[in-house]
Design a protein around this ligand. Structure first.
Ligand code: DAT
Length: 177
């Protein structure tokens, strides 16, 4: 269901780290003029990170503080939210959810290239193998708004971009008619 107060839709781009979220979001934002919200960066800049978790080698997120800070911008619409988890956000925020997917070899190479190793590398590969984020998305949002996108090559990047732009065009057509 479309949100009556939004002038433009909100899009969630999610998936395991390394699947290509930032790459797609940056291009999508350039092409559409929608605002790219990099949640990891926003959390850091707004002091929404709590203590460092040694086991997972990352900081624990203060979700309430983050979500409160985003409420206003999300209620206006026109945002592309980029984050590797998706079950923390209110369901009402999003008009569509894309889960980017890669095969294990591609993801492994990308994460090693980024300097991941040991448990952090293994956990992320397992996350993709068990399609954890896809299942999280299906459990958190209406299944008809959750879409998987294959994200291995520049050609796939281009086709994903086109697909989302077409959807966006349709959203504006439907909303204005
Ligand atoms: P994420 O934001 O999901 O962590 P990223 O956008 O930083 O991922 O991409 C990780 C690496 O993979 C980066 O070196 C760019 C590359 N990449 C992303 N999407 C790609 C695609 N469709 N084709 C080829 N390389 C891609």
């Amino acid at each position: 269901m479309q949100h009556p107060k939004r002038a433009a839709p909100n899009i969630l781009i999610t998936g395991t780290p390394g699947v290509g979220k930032s790459t797609l979001c940056e291009k999508l934002s350039e092409t559409t003029g929608l605002k790219w919200l990099e949640i990891s960066k926003i959390a850091k800049e707004n002091n929404c990170l709590e203590e460092y978790d040694e086991e997972y080698q990352c900081c624990v997120l203060d979700e309430d503080k983050l979500l409160d800070g985003l409420e206003e911008v999300m209620s206006c619409g026109g945002n592309i939210v980029d984050y590797h988890c998706c079950d923390l956000f209110p369901e009402r925020w999003f008009d569509i959810v894309f889960v980017l997917r890669t095969d294990n070899t591609t993801l492994y190479d990308r994460l090693v290239g980024r300097g991941y190793s040991g448990k952090k590398l293994e956990d992320n590969i397992q996350c993709e193998i068990f399609q954890t984020i896809l299942e999280e998305a299906r459990a958190s949002y209406a299944t008809e708004i959750v879409h998987e996108l294959s994200s291995h090559t520049p050609e796939e990047l281009e086709s994903n971009l086109q697909r989302i732009c077409l959807w966006l065009q349709q959203w504006f057509n439907d909303t204005n008619n």
